[in-house]
Design a protein around this ligand. Structure first.
Ligand code: PXP
Length: 237
C-alpha cells in the first residue's frame, strides 16, 4: 500500500499567524524524504488552509507526486487544467464543514461527473472520486471514466473499537471488492490513525491511503522535544 500525506493542517497552522511558518512545502519535502509516496493538498473554495501559491509551488517540485483534492466546480477545473497535478481527487465541499463530511454523490449526477472527469483525463490527469462505500456509488463511479475511487473511511474510523466497527469495515471491504471487479483502482482515507489503519491490510489490494490529521498531530508530539531543546540552547548562556 502506498502512503499519501495530506498537508492541509500545516497550512492551517501557518495561516493562524498569517506568516510563513510552518511551511507546507518544506513539510511536503520532509514527508517525501521519509517514505510518503505522494502529497495531497485540498484547495478549498474559501482557501482556508492551502492557498493557490502552495499548489503552484508543489506542482513545480518534480520529486513530489501531487494529488490535488478539489470540489467539482469550474474554478477548480480551470486550476487543475492549468497546473496539471499528477492526480485530482474530487470531493464534495460545504463552506461550513470542519472537514470533508461525506462522499461525493456520483450516482445522483453521473452525466455532470462524466463530463467533468473527461476534461481532466484528456489533460493526462488521473482522476479519483471520493465516495462512501456503497454499491450505488461504486457502480456510478465506474461509469464516469475515473480510474480511481477513494473510499471514505470516516465512518469506519469513528466506529473503530465500538460494536459498529465490523459493520463499517465490511462496507469498505465489499465496496473495494466491487470496485476492483469493475476495473477501478482503490484508495482510501479520512480519519485513519495509528490504531485503526492496521485493518486496512485486511482489505485486498488497496492502492494508497491518504492520511493527514493523525500524522501531523503525531509530528507535534514527536517533534516538540527537539524544538524546545533547540530554543532552550539559544537562550541559555
Ligand atoms: N482523503 C480525503 C478525500 C479528505 O478529504 C481528507 C481530509 O482532508 C483525507 C483523506 C485525510 O483525512 P484525515 O486528515 O482525517 O487523515
Amino acid at each position: 500500500m502506498l502512503l499519501g500525506v495530506n498537508i492541509d493542517h500545516v497550512a492551517t497552522l501557518r495561516n493562524a499567524r498569517g506568516g510563513f511558518e510552518p511551511d507546507p512545502i518544506a513539510a511536503a519535502k520532509i514527508c517525501i524524504e521519509n517514505g510518503a509516496d505522494s502529497i495531497t493538498a485540498h484547495l478549498r473554495e474559501d482557501r482556508r488552509h492551502i492557498k493557490d501559491n502552495d499548489i503552484n509551488a508543489l506542482s513545480k517540485i518534480s520529486q513530489i507526486r501531487l494529488n490535488l483534492e478539489m470540489a467539482v466546480t469550474d474554478e477548480m477545473q480551470k486550476i487543475a487544467l492549468n497546473i496539471k497535478p499528477h492526480s485530482v481527487c474530487l470531493v464534495p465541499e460545504k463552506r461550513q464543514e470542519v472537514t470533508t463530511e461525506g462522499g461525493l454523490d456520483v450516482a445522483g449526477q453521473i452525466n455532470k461527473m462524466t463530463e467533468f472527469v473527461a476534461a481532466l483525463l484528456d489533460a493526462g490527469i488521473y482522476v479519483s472520486l471520493f465516495i462512501d462505500p456503497t454499491e450505488e456509488q461504486v457502480r456510478a463511479a465506474a461509469k464516469t471514466g475515473a480510474q480511481f475511487i477513494e473510499l471514505h473511511t470516516g465512518q469506519y474510523s469513528n466506529a473503530f473499537g465500538s460494536n459498529k466497527e465490523e459493520e463499517e469495515f465490511l462496507k469498505l471491504n465489499e465496496a473495494s471488492r466491487l470496485a476492483h471487479a469493475l476495473g477501478l483502482k482503490v484508495n482510501a482515507g479520512h480519519g485513519l490513525n495509528y490504531q485503526n489503519v492496521r485493518r486496512m491490510h485486511q482489505i485486498g489490494d488497496l492502492n494508497e491511503l491518504n492520511i493527514g490529521h493523525s500524522i501531523i498531530a503525531r509530528s507535534i508530539e514527536t517533534g516538540l522535544a527537539d524544538a524546545v531543546g533547540q530554543m532552550k540552547k539559544l537562550i541559555t548562556r
